[in-house]
Design a binder for this molecule. Structure first.
Ligand SMILES: Cc1cc2nc3c(=O)[nH]c(=O)nc-3n(C[C@H](O)[C@H](O)[C@H](O)COP(=O)(O)O)c2cc1C
Length: 320
């Protein structure tokens, strides 16, 4: 029996809540233990930007503990306990909700798989053990699925939601196996009146349970296999949201940060990503490590600004 956690950022018992609960219901029927949490009803303080968590991990002072004392640890514990994590958010202004982003910032560097893996290695070399090492549960294979719910009649106004929701999974190393956007939610009073959307959630449950089977069998190739509805143009995240370089045919996946080329063949686009780019996607370990090293080296070699306090003085009271 595996553990499935759902985090809903929607209104209580509205579309997002019930769609995620449908996935949980099916997983429960499949013999799995399920848990449902609503971060909006918890005390999750915004990140202050102090970077104590990053410095804590990199310096070995601690394992990336946050300065805030709030309910975050409840989500962290449930997240680490889970083998599959479902996240669902309404679309607010084309993106997920503010609470969702707040949680991402809190999970960010302090729960980044590369930061934690390197920290564990260093601490073990120093002979440390037990509580001096990062939480062992951070390293177990974990799969995720993403749900976005938009009220607008077209998909057009939902564009940043699923891509931004990858944020919670990219640092934590969760392998995304399915995503779905339900748009046009305002056309019907409640998703319980839209059978095809509820059926899509049953399919999401099947996909999650299939991936959980692969975790049980330790079948590494099968665990993270994409089970979503469309292949997408990016071969790693299977989404199709790119930064387009205006003066070349290069495109950069907004989620993975990898570069490829777009070519037109008989008027149809073909996206080609070299193997070395695919390997450095931030959804994969090598991409996370590249970022971890860039931050670690940057912190060591940061250029100091002379007389900074003096230089700041003219700005101190502007606009007050
Ligand atoms: C502040 C706000 C902004 C919204 N912006 C969008 C939007 O950009 N695109 C969209 O499709 N729906 C938008 N909506 C509609 C919600 O996505 C929609 O009501 C959704 O069903 C809410 O999910 P819930 O029923 O699970 O709470 C917005 C709603 C609110 C309250």
């Amino acid at each position: 029996m595996a553990k499935v956690l759902a985090l809903s950022f929607g209104r209580k018992m509205s579309n997002t809540d019930v769609m995620l609960k449908e996935v949980l219901r099916k997983c429960q029927e499949g013999g799995h233990e399920v848990r449902f949490m609503r971060p909006d009803e918890m005390d999750i303080k915004p990140c202050t930007g102090c970077t104590a968590c990053v410095v804590g991990i990199l310096s070995g002072r601690n394992n990336g503990q946050c300065i805030h004392k709030d309910d975050f640890h409840l989500i962290e514990d449930a997240f680490y306990d889970a083998d599959a994590v479902l996240i669902g958010s309404p679309v607010y202004e084309t993106s997920p909700t503010g609470t969702f982003k707040t949680l991402c910032d809190r999970m960010g560097p302090s729960h980044d798989l590369a930061f934690l893996t390197e920290a564990r290695k260093e601490r073990m070399e120093q002979g440390k053990s037990g509580d001096q090492l990062p939480d062992e549960r951070a390293f177990k294979p974990r799969v995720g699925a993403i749900l976005a719910v938009g009220g607008a009649r077209t998909e057009n106004w939902t564009i940043f939601t699923v891509p931004v929701m990858y944020e919670l999974f990219m640092s934590t190393g969760v392998q995304v196996i399915d995503t779905h956007t339900y748009y046009g939610a305002m056309n019907v009073e409640h998703v319980l009146g839209v059978p095809e959307e509820m059926e899509r959630m049953d399919q999401m449950a099947k996909n999650v349970m299939d991936a959980l089977d692969a975790i049980e069998k330790k079948d590494d190739k099968e665990i993270g296999r994409w089970r979503g509805e469309s292949e997408g143009a990016c071969p790693v995240c299977h989404q199709s949201v790119f930064r387009v370089h205006p003066k070349s045919n290069l495109v950069e996946c907004a989620i993975c940060g990898i570069n490829g080329q777009v070519r037109l063949i008989s008027g149809m686009p073909e996206y080609v990503f070299p193997e070395e780019e695919i390997a450095r996607s931030r959804m994969l370990y090598a991409g996370k490590l590249e970022h971890r090293n860039e931050i670690a080296n940057g912190a060591m070699t940061q250029k100091k600004v002379e007389n900074l306090a003096e230089l700041k003085k003219p700005y101190l009271h502007i606009g007050e």
